[in-house]
Design a protein around this ligand. Sequence first.
Ligand SMILES: [Zn+2]
Length: 317
Amino acid sequence: MANVESMVRKAHFYIAPWYAEGVTKAPVMTREEKKAWYEKFEADFGSLQRNREKLSVETLQTKYAKSYNRLITDLKAGVDTLLDYHIQTFVVNGLPTHPLDRDGLERFVKRTNGIIREETAPGRLLEQAKAALIDGLDMEKCWELVYRIYERIEQEAFYPYWMRHCFRRNGRVYNDIIDKWWRPVQSDGSERWTNEDGTLYDVTHNGRHFHAFNFPPKEAAPWENAAIAEMPRCKGCGAPILWHKTAAGKLMPCDPDPVAYWERPGATGKVLTAWTQYSERGRLASCDFAGTPGTESGIGYVPHWATCPNWRDFKKN
Ligand SMILES: [Zn+2]
């Protein structure tokens, strides 16, 4: 069994690869840049509020046109950055993805960019957020409208992707991104992702927390025409398997549970690398499956042909 804490620590668990692939245009803001943006945004909004208390919009637009227009331009740019901030924080860094599902990620990213295009068009949510701020002087409403763009992305782009990674397995629902099992509503009303034995867990990544109640395995949106799939089984021995795509684009049947591995040339163990250096994902490596905790090369999947008792027969047929 994989050590989840180490998996998450080592993992490119979230969508950081988006940037590596150049698939989103939202710029990466450093902590300092975020702070600087937020302080200026708040200060500009304060100026706007004070100006509008003292003077009519007409006076501001005529007598003080130059400085007022600059303030409006800066505030609108601030709302654009607010959207970038949401995309970076909630989408790119907040939605967990599977390192070997490149096809799914591509569709997810394409849909995300489609929603961003739609909601940044005239009259849509981003413009409404700017109007709420500048005409309505309502900062809270502005944030809420921008957050609704994120919500659309979560529901319409991420959820179909997430549901591709939920499988029925031994009568329960398993997710292979977080390697967790869904525990339906308990007597206390809670429902959440747990370890296989039902125990609770705590996953943090770069100081962020994956909440176990996030992203319940609800059926995909109707237009997806998809229900939770049964986990595939090996035709040779009947064991559950997952098909993963190698870096070369070949599908490989693997044992479904991720394992920690220590790479060593010449070792007899074989693993398909997954949560590891981005450039090395989907590579078949020779490895040991035991070593000093915390020094593992990564987390990967054992090809099913290495463990299947009937693989030889199956291959012959
Ligand atoms: Zn088998």
